[in-house]
Design a protein around this ligand. Structure first.
Ligand code: SF4
Ligand code: SF4
Length: 150
């Protein structure tokens, strides 16, 4: 993935929330005070009380609007309901968009390869520049898999 979409490590919601399915996680470093993610959330689950956005995992329904809205790829969805795999949804450049079922490699925030991943869904966004990718990888990577490489 391009540098534009590299994120930093960030805390996850509770284990019980992760088991209930997709939930947003922010990795915003606070360099941008745009708040586009919070503005895109129609469920009151994402606010920006200060420099950083804050996700309320109990209100989040995992719709992904914040992931699409963030211009820097600092939002992702994680899903801990898939047994021995985790599912991660990220935004990427259109040029990096893989095919559905393609084998990719999950990366951590430093760009280090974590292990194999499989693309569940991949589609372009209407902006013509970016896309959304949902991939599954080993459950052990749920906290660290923030992007992928083809
Ligand atoms: S995934 Fe949807 S409900 Fe959850 S914080 Fe993002 S926009 Fe709000
Ligand atoms: S839209 Fe992205 S860069 Fe802007 S505040 Fe939200 S997470 Fe940070």
């Amino acid at each position: 993935m391009s540098d534009e979409f590299k994120t930093v490590s960030d805390p996850l919601p509770s284990a019980s929330r992760l088991l209930r399915g997709r939930v947003a996680v922010t990795a915003c470093p606070g360099q941008d005070e745009c708040g586009l993610c919070a503005a895109a959330c129609g469920f009151g689950a994402l606010t920006k009380p200060g420099r950083l956005p804050v996700v309320d995992g109990e209100k989040c329904i995992g719709c992904g609007a914040c992931v699409k809205a963030c211009p820097r790829g600092n939002m992702r969805l994680v899903d801990g309901s898939k047994g021995e795999e985790c599912e991660v949804t990220v935004k990427c450049s259109l040029s990096d968009l893989p095919e559905t079922d393609e084998k990719v490699r999950a990366l951590d925030a430093a760009g280090k390869g974590l292990g194999p991943a499989r693309v569940i869904q991949a589609y372009p966004l209407p902006d013509g520049r970016n896309g959304i990718v949902r991939f599954r990888a080993n459950r052990a990577f749920i906290n660290t898999a923030v992007s992928f490489v083809k």
